[in-house]
Design a protein around this ligand. Sequence first.
Ligand code: NAP
Ligand code: BGC
Ligand code: ZN
Length: 354
Amino acid sequence: MEAVALRRGETAPELIEKPRPDPDPGEVLVRTLRVGVDGTDHEVIAGRHGELPADDDHLVLGHEAVGVVADPNGTDLREGDLVVPTVRRPPADGPTEWFERGQPDMAPPDETVERGISGAHGFMSEYFTSPTEYLVTIPDSLAKWGFLVEPVSISEKALELAEASRSAFDWRPESAIVLGNGSLGLLTLAMLDDRFERTYCLGRRDRPDPTIDVIEDLGATYVDSRQTPVSEIPDVHEPMDLVYEATGYAKHAFESVGALAPNGVAALLGVPDSWTFEVDGGDLHRELVMTNKALVGSVNSGRRHFEAATETLSDMPAWLLDDLVTGSYDVSEFEQAFEDDETTIKTAVKFHTQ
Ligand code: NAP
Ligand code: BGC
Ligand code: ZN
């Protein structure tokens, strides 16, 4: 079967041939429909994040997948069920504590592998196998957009953690800003639209730009970081009850604190490289304490978040998904799914139609 993989030492994905996998007991065989591409895939390809499986010379890419059960292999799933896989799996030496607790998304990085990202092959192949416990069944109506369940689940978890950090008092948030107009940022902006009265999204693009169009079509305000640095957002617009960082730009983690209203919370999602810069640690510390602010980091997502994401995605308007997904490419044209220019928002590689 064909698979899109990154070979050791290479800096671009390739189409390779691999044997179709056989499901082990407790596993099913899934026929892949579509697999999405996000900023993390670009970071993996650039060698800035993740790692190849230790005993292989390549990594099959892709962690945002939707597929159809081709062989239920005696499990409770049925042939034809539409499924989305979660990303984390136990490391080679067996399940660690957070897997046993059913919350692998809370495992530290050395206690898990991530399919398509770190230490385990991903889903960008004609077929993949998975234990049923890591597959979430979704309605047939999501066959086309099901690859977006995983990224939406990332924000379900991050927003849950952020809201939980404010649950000790009567928090009445009204304003939210998403930092970053990539696919994660825009999907999250769409989620916040229903939950906040006023929403904003930060980018660094000139008009005309398809991401600014999506921001404004959602009724949100575009903020250009070249004109309005994050720390000046309260003066130019308003202090934010929620900041959702999805730029991976490390200064934003600290500047977020200055953009928050008292009692606000900033969720950090970006995975930056090492970067040394000056921060007034005294001001930052004082501000967090004296105005009851919180900074919450969040990575990955669990089954519960995938289930919530399925509902959230089902409620998203068709125009938004059409505008966000700027290309779905047959596997023979997979390279186009990895092109990252200003006309691209979200792309996917197509393996089968059903
Ligand atoms: P992406 O497509 O690369 O999006 C990042 C966006 O941020 C880009 O549109 C970029 O604008 C914008 N940006 C970067 N620096 C900026 C600045 N200084 N001012 C204004 N805009 C800026 O990536 P993504 O897939 O949306 O993901 C976003 C981040 O979240 C990445 O770091 C990714 O690794 C991380 N992530 C984390 C998780 C998790 O579980 N924690 C899950 C998914 C993704 P331009 O395109 O104009 O450069
Ligand atoms: C994936 C997560 C993963 C994270 C860190 C994200 O792009 O969606 O599932 O945990 O990267 O590798
Ligand atoms: Zn991702």
